[in-house]
Design a protein. Sequence first.
Length: 566
Amino acid sequence: MRSHWRWPSLLLAVVFMLGSTTLVGAQQPGRPASGPNTVVLFTQQEPSCFQPVADACQLYVSTVISTLIFADAVGLTEQWKYFPVIAQKIPNLKDGDWKLLPGNKMQVTWKLKKGFTWHDGKPVTAQDWIWAWRVNLHPDYPSAGRDVAERVENILAPDPYTLVVQWKKKYAFANISVASSGVIPKHATEKLFRANPGKFDQAWAVDAPTVGNGPYVLKEWQKGSSITVEYYPKWPGADFMPVNPTVKRITYRFISDTNTIIANILSGAADANDETAIPFIQGLELEQRLAREGRRDYLLTAEPGLVWEHIDMNLDNVHLGIKNVRQALLAAINREELVQQLFQGKQPVSHTFLPTKHYGYNPNAKKYPFDPAQARRLLAEAGYTPGPDGILQRGGQRLSLTFVTTAGNRTRESVQQILQAQWKAVGVEVRIQNQPARTYFGDALPNRRFELAMYAWVFSPASDCEGLYTGDTIPGPGGTGEGQNYPGYKNDEVTRICHAVPEELDEAKRVQLLRRAQDIWNEDLPVLPLYVRSDYTGHKTTLQNWKPTGSNTPPTWNATAWRWAR
């Protein structure tokens, strides 16, 4: 079936306009942009904060930079292998430091390495994890880790470098998460937190300096421009994260316009770029251009993984609360043609909320092939009839929706134009109203101020649906104020399953649960799955040991191992 939009005009919208861009600085290709001990990275987004345990600080670029500033008990490599960082070892059932107890309870004992310090020189101790756990549990604090923290009954510290975590019930990932989503310095934050727990995420780790415990210190933050970190000389090192790196200084530059980022890459002003810097369409074109011009000084890599591009639908909306409407919206768009034409098939269509690379992916869940006729039937069955201008209406209300995503992201803007045209062909009016990333992720999504919202979830190999699609984790007005269930989806069986998954230690049984949840979710369809992303990262070929993971662990995970070739 033929599509209702034209590709040539859309592709012209993403052609590079280098003559109209501004270069940050011209450098000789292959050489460091700011000296042999420095790496200058470009990104499209700017973080709002860096707290490892705050929901508002989970924007991906926050994670990228937080990885430099903060270290946790355990890390993840580009091969998706967990390794100890501050922990002496990863606990396991065989060695007895992870024990199953009567009453479905557990106990996990962590031994911490000595020698790790906060950036003000104070030692990192067991009390810092206990404090992070208590912060996560406070009802006024907007936590990113409460779902895990609430599973813990108590934490004991027999000595400063031992943690005994007592779990209320079984938790499958208790040996890669101490008790919540990170660690924070008790001595530097307790007074500030107790003064106003509800505003703590806006009061600490929102500026330089920030007291971290990782290999780099937050040195300077020029809001709207850049963030610079410098190597912490007391960093004791860990596997894959050595001491005394050759890269002593890392500067992140925030450029919202992707054409400007590309211009800086071509000029040599950028040493590297993260996953947010260049949307796939422009990354693909840039990769081809570098090849045509024989440029071997900059290497672009599209790393496939666990990044899921989708559209949340606000189920409180009078139209989107109707299942037929949601199903019709998905049947009306030609995702297969979209990924072929825009991405040359390198980014596969998504059919459910877990990426195909995830262990719990359900290949047999209900699919919605491109079928405009079926979309019209579903809408007619829901009581919609065409108005004078062809836009459907029901009960005097036009089927008109606003569609928001990150402003300046050319790939997403191109996708929006395509979907807007295809939806109009079945009688649905869509108005595009994009926002800067900081406003979009910091306000519109967590407060559910949207109707259609396109963005990506970056999964880890251990991710599940708890917190995303459980009915008790709906944030914003009318919700619990916690979690990331932005559509406001409620299904009792899905909630039960998604809460049960993390408690199941048997992976095969977790797979069965996740597949059942996807069967129900795909029928209810609170979200429009689009495609699984292969995000481009890039670096000068002389910058060695750049290892993107394709998961929620950013390429900065091993920054102390980076080095410039001589």
